[in-house]
Design a protein around this ligand. Structure first.
Ligand code: GLY
Length: 312
């Protein structure tokens, strides 16, 4: 039986390195996660297992805006969204705006085999209770202080407004994601987020939509950036479907990024193709991604050129 060389790419969002302790802190975090998850693939683990494990590790890392370390919404609550897509059968599952769980990706994994595969807020939390998933508070001191600083003037003058600030905020580009190709040649993609930060209650992130996370037998993509921009481009599905229609992954990524750039979008994406090509793209300034191509680990942390994409 022929086996495929496994490949892996992960991301920790498209926001600044400054609030994450800089390159010296983020690089080992991403490289350690890539190393652990690649080992799983090398030992015959499936793409779905690798994506779930990678998302768990990234959700557990407080530097990133997903799981522990998620940003707070306009009302001071954390609501997280996560999705998982298995490429061969094209099965998408996810949770939208769930609170008080440690790993939203675990619920997305559970929902892969259910007939109702995308659950939002109350339904997602009902499921967590049904599965006896322990209650967990993902709030970190850094995020609490960030939110208090953002709303300080409001608290001094009147009750906090329950709508999103219009000002740009680094948290708005944070998300985590993993795309894996396993030794059976199967692809899976997963994405998880705390959202934009300060958003209106009920706002739905791209991360649990095919716009932000999509996979087929041919390719898989996980996105990061401003969710509304990603949805407007339907970015993940756009790149993947272009590969299905015959474009190479680098060409599909470049074409999609050029279009996004023309429309002034603020986003990034990581991707893998069935032939083993790893690709990444961004219109944002930064993309915090790392990959394993079977022999070496690389990353995009010092990628500051004007180029919209790269691949290996
Ligand atoms: N891309 C994450 C969000 O906008 O919610």
């Amino acid at each position: 039986m022929t086996t495929t060389q496994p490949k892996l790419i992960i991301h920790g969002g498209a926001s600044s390195l400054n609030d994450k302790g800089g390159l010296a802190k983020v690089r080992p975090i991403l490289h350690n996660i890539v190393t652990e998850v690649y080992q799983l693939l090398n030992n015959g683990g499936t793409a779905v297992d690798a994506v779930v494990r990678g998302c768990q590790l990234l959700e557990n890392e407080p530097s990133f805006n997903a799981g522990t370390g998620s940003v707070l919404q306009s009302d001071g609550q954390i609501r997280m969204s996560a999705s998982l897509m298995e490429g061969l059968n094209q099965t998408f599952s996810g949770v939208i705006n769930i609170s008080r769980v440690k790993n939203p990706i675990n619920l997305a994994k559970y929902l892969q085999d259910e007939s109702d595969r995308i659950l939002s807020d109350m339904g997602a939390m009902e499921l967590a209770r049904e599965l006896n998933i322990p209650i967990y508070d993902p709030l970190t001191e850094f995020r609490a202080k960030e939110w208090i600083a953002e709303w300080k003037d409001d608290f001094q003058s009147k009750m906090g407004r329950l709508f999103a600030s219009t000002e740009s905020n680094e948290a708005r580009r944070g998300t985590i994601g993993v795309v894996a190709l396993d030794s059976q040649g199967k692809i899976a993609a997963g994405t998880s987020t705390g959202g934009k930060g300060l958003e209106r209650i009920g706002r739905v992130s791209d991360s649990a939509m095919p716009a932000g996370n999509y996979a087929t037998a041919e390719a898989g993509v996980s996105c990061t950036g401003v969710g509304e921009d990603i949805v407007n481009e339907c970015l993940a599905a756009r790149v993947v479907i272009r590969v299905g229609d015959g474009l190479s992954l680098p060409d599909a990524m470049e074409k999609s990024m050029k279009e996004s750039k023309k429309r002034d979008r603020d986003l990034g994406a990581i991707a893998l193709a069935h032939n083993g090509v790893i690709s990444w793209g961004k219109t944002s300034e930064i993309l915090l991604a790392a990959y394993h191509d079977g022999s070496t680990i690389g990353d995009t942390l010092e990628w500051q050129t004007e180029e919209l994409m790269g691949h290996c």
